[in-house]
Design a binder for this molecule. Structure first.
Ligand code: GAL
Length: 346
């Protein structure tokens, strides 16, 4: 009996002490603020994408130099440029706290002819993991200072944070390649999605099993509709492409399209954005859609908010995607939000 009373008292004490435990402070994603890494430095990972690997998210992006200038050799559009600093990598377990892992793909400071020389263009790097070769494969848009080269570069690494070894560049399927993304399907087939034909038409091109080349199977999509900044994701066996229009660093209206297969027919669905400045993608431009691990319907749309005259200070906007049906989505403006609350089904 005495033992029982003692046990009940102990249990009571435990319940009370649990109740008094302070709840962890909620953390927030704040659109367009300066985001700092765990060392207090501004996160420099523009036009980027995120890979989830063995419990950790890795964010890769353009590591921009602090040197924005206007390139007078390109008279036809406002070609603001900055020195290329390679591809940065940050890691996180919770998507709020990011640790700088270093430059995963380093610039080549010595060879002025290298794609990776700081005077050239390096944009929109994306990384996927190849389960067969056990390699991390990066594709990126590489270009000459005036964007005339219009090619895709490829690099590999044994570890997610690099260092990636650059294998070279090409024009896939003999066509131009600029703004780009990668998509790895559930069966391991991977696709390279890129703006081609002077950015007028979006190509979806299947990659070889090792992800280092193109198989030659590709489709031309949204012909003459000038779509850029593609981001691809899949939900309930439907494929989605989010993209922007083509107005250099200036914002424009986003659009999304849906298909039953990556190389199938794409149906244009219109502007997914709603709320303040939805007609100009909240002053942002798409770069990636991140499925949150372990949560079936949790997808985050990632946008860059470019500052064309100070590119290194461009900001990030991440917003939750709401599925309004199997084929329709809504990306609502939200200045400040919390991942746990946004995707909590209750
Ligand atoms: C954008 C493109 C960016 C960058 C920029 C240059 O349209 O999405 O990645 O290339 O043009 O002005």
């Amino acid at each position: 009996m005495r033992n029982q009373i003692f046990f009940i008292l102990l249990l009571g004490l435990f319940v009370v002490s649990c109740k008094n435990q302070p709840k962890p402070e909620p953390q927030y994603i704040v659109s367009g603020e300066k985001w700092l890494d765990t060392e207090g430095n501004a996160i420099n990972a523009h036009g980027g994408g995120i890979l989830f690997h063995e419990g950790t998210y890795y964010w890769y992006g353009e590591f921009k130099g602090d040197s924005t200038y206007w390139n007078p050799k390109v008279p036809s559009w406002e070609c603001y440029r900055t020195e290329t600093g390679g591809v940065s990598c940050y890691s996180s377990k919770d998507l709020y706290n990011w640790t700088f892992e270093g430059i995963a793909l380093k610039p080549n400071l010595n060879d002025t002819l290298s794609d990776l020389h700081p005077s050239h263009v390096l944009e929109r790097p994306k990384v996927i993991y190849n389960d067969q070769t056990k390699k991390f494969v990066m594709w990126l848009h590489v270009d000459s200072h005036d964007y005339a080269k219009a090619a895709a570069g490829v690099a590999v690494s044994d570890t997610p944070n690099g260092e990636f070894q650059y294998l070279g560049s090409m024009r896939p399927n003999d066509a131009m390649s600029r703004d780009m993304t990668l998509f790895k399907d559930d069966d391991g087939t991977a696709y390279h999605v890129y703006s081609s034909e002077e950015n007028r038409t979006l190509y979806i091109s299947e990659l070889t099993d090792d992800y280092l080349n193109h198989t030659g199977n590709f489709t031309r999509n949204f012909i003459d509709q000038s779509r850029e900044a593609p981001a691809v994701f899949k939900r309930n066996n439907k494929y989605f492409i989010l993209s922007s229009g083509c107005t250099a660093w200036d914002p424009n209206q986003a659009e999304y399209a849906v298909a039953d297969a990556m190389l199938g027919e794409w149906t244009v669905m219109g502007n997914p954005c709603s709320g303040k400045d939805a007609d100009i993608t909240f002053y942002g431009q798409s770069t990636h859609v991140l499925p949150i691990q372990g949560q079936p319907d949790a997808y985050v749309a990632m946008f860059d908010q470019w500052k064309k005259t100070d590119l290194i200070d461009s900001r990030y906007i991440w917003l939750p995607i709401k599925f309004t049906s199997d084929t329709t989505i809504d990306i609502a403006w939200n200045e400040k939000w919390n991942i746990e609350e946004a995707f909590n089904k209750e």
